[in-house]
Design a protein around this ligand. Structure first.
Ligand SMILES: CC(C)(COP(=O)(O)OP(=O)(O)OC[C@H]1O[C@@H](n2cnc3c(N)ncnc32)[C@H](O)[C@@H]1OP(=O)(O)O)[C@@H](O)C(=O)NCCC(=O)NCCS
Length: 167
């Protein structure tokens, strides 16, 4: 399995339904436009039986980091840092839920951000978790920011030491 960049001429964005309208609409209406403006990048996992169908997607970009919302030790270590990688969106179609695709997409997103961080260094990866998904990210080692429970982070150092490099 591997993800590819969203291709509006190939992928059937209208068919995708993760159960959260904002995430469906983003894929349908915004993801391609935002990518063509170099604001975000969206990667999709294709259904191998019908490659125009999307099993799941995630969107990556950068975000300012509020160091004051981090634990004191990390604030000290990263006091010069201003930005982190952001998993802005991640969703799996309802028809394919609970089959490990969310985990696959999260690991793929982290691997891509790890590669990016080797070129343009940043110390943290941040995720905006919509309702109910906080525990999904906590399961994979993310920690909530002190002030915003819906926003979680993991250090690039932790990702590097826990993830197999992509083959
Ligand atoms: C959250 C979401 C991405 C999970 O995708 P999925 O393919 O069903 O998840 P997986 O099958 O890969 O599950 C991986 C693990 O996370 C757990 N998990 C899945 N969804 C969870 C949730 N909402 N809360 C807590 N744990 C969750 C699973 O139980 C599984 O654990 P296990 O390995 O111990 O069994 C998916 O439900 C989704 O797209 N939801 C709607 C959109 C959304 O909320 N996106 C996230 C925020 S932007």
């Amino acid at each position: 399995m591997r993800t590819v960049r969203l291709d509006k001429d190939k992928h059937d964005r209208n068919h995708f339904d993760c159960g959260v309208e904002a995430l469906n609409n983003y894929l349908r209406l915004m993801a391609n436009q935002q990518s063509s403006k170099d604001n975000t990048r969206t990667f999709v996992l294709e259904d191998s039986n019908q490659t125009e169908r999307i099993i799941g997607y995630y969107t990556l970009t950068m975000t300012p980091v509020d160091l004051t919302a981090l634990p004191a030790k990390l604030q000290k270590k990263h006091h010069n840092a201003q930005s982190g990688g952001l998993i802005a969106r991640l969703a799996v179609d309802k028809c394919h839920a609970k089959q490990g695709y969310g985990e696959f997409l999260l690991i793929d997103a982290l691997q891509n951000l790890l590669i990016a961080s080797e070129i343009v260094a940043f110390p943290l990866i941040v995720v905006d978790a919509k309702d109910g998904a906080i525990q999904f990210y906590e399961k994979f080692g993310f920690t909530t920011f002190n002030d915003t429970p819906n926003k979680l982070f993991i250090t690039v150092a932790d990702v590097r030491s826990n993830l197999e490099p992509r083959t």
